[in-house]
Design a protein around this ligand. Structure first.
Ligand code: HEM
Length: 122
């Protein structure tokens, strides 16, 4: 009697641990999926002439501090107006971005979300 009680208790324990472990790993997966939203894969390299060819409202790349950003989707969202972004399409926008927003958390973090790669020499 006592032995079967111990066996049942053991089985319940195994079941309980199994459930909580699964839940924990599911939560971790969800978290990592959510934290990857809006993050662009950024291991490519581009030359300045490639950047220069993306100089339209529907295809707008810029460079800031040696890194390349695709700002196309940001044009219509920028709180400071579209013009501030469209003037950067196809050029090195470092001076304009840093002059206005350099070192400020929100603009810096927003910019980071649009990174597509690094600038390399021609
Ligand atoms: C290149 C990428 C840029 C990104 C990612 C960016 C991002 C942002 C963000 C996140 C805000 C809101 C800031 C807040 O609410 O605290 C903002 C506001 C603003 N931005 Fe930009 N910005 C960019 C370029 C520029 C440039 C080049 C200019 C002008 C030369 C500019 C002018 C403004 C202005 C006037 C505002 C309105 C409020 C303020 O003065 O902060 N932005 N920008």
């Amino acid at each position: 009697m006592r032995k079967s009680f111990v066996v049942i208790l053991g089985l319940l324990l195994v079941f309980f641990v199994g459930c909580t472990t699964k839940q924990a790993s599911q939560t971790a997966e969800t978290t990592s999926v959510n934290s990857n939203e809006n993050v662009t894969i950024s291991n490519s390299t581009y030359t300045m002439s490639e950047v220069a060819s993306h100089n339209t409202l529907s295809d707008c790349w810029t460079v800031v501090r040696g890194q390349v950003y695709n700002l196309t989707d940001w044009i219509g969202k920028h709180p400071g107006g579209e013009k501030a972004i469209t003037q950067l399409c196809g050029i090195d926008g470092t001076d304009k971005f840093v002059g206005k927003h350099g070192g400020k958390d929100l603009p810096e973090n927003t910019l980071a979300g649009y990174k597509i790669g690094d600038l390399v020499a021609e």
